[in-house]
Design a protein around this ligand. Structure first.
Ligand code: FES
Length: 139
């Protein structure tokens, strides 16, 4: 026979205390501490050499995409989707694709390429400090 003891009220409560509670507070579509919140201040992204001319790079940890024009200038956009607030997690060339409902954005202009989103991505300020890309909210 099984020697496994039956769950007591105490063991059930202990297990419940260790179980993460999901569904309370903010969701991914509202922005919050899950990584979808917009930038609150300057963030260092990485070496400027990571973004080639005519290309773009998505920094998922910061919800920022940086593109580099053929003239070497940089542009940055917040990659929290303007449709319902999901963090965009896919960059195909310079096309950003939202995982939630399929909206697509141009990483070089922030413009909507495919609905349901209708508003462009929010532009960010970006600069190079000692060879490192730094993005921050626009003033
Ligand atoms: S939240 Fe991005 S398409 Fe709906």
């Amino acid at each position: 026979m099984s020697a496994r003891p039956a769950a007591t009220r105490r063991t059930v409560l202990r297990g419940a205390a260790l179980t993460p509670v999901v569904g309370l507070g903010l969701t991914a579509c509202e922005g919050g501490d899950d990584g979808s919140a917009p930038l609150a201040g300057p963030v260092e992204l990485g070496p400027e050499s990571e973004v080639a001319a005519g290309d773009a790079k998505l920094y998922r940890d910061h919800n920022v995409v940086v593109s580099r024009g053929e003239d070497g200038s940089f542009k940055a956009y917040n990659t929290v989707c303007t449709h319902a607030g999901c963090p965009i997690n896919k960059l195909d060339g310079t096309r950003l694709v939202c995982p939630c409902h399929g909206s697509e954005f141009d990483a070089t202009t922030g413009k909507v390429l495919r609905e349901p989103a209708v508003a462009p991505l929010k532009p960010l300020a970006v600069e190079v400090r000692n060879g490192t890309l730094v993005a921050k909210p626009q003033a």
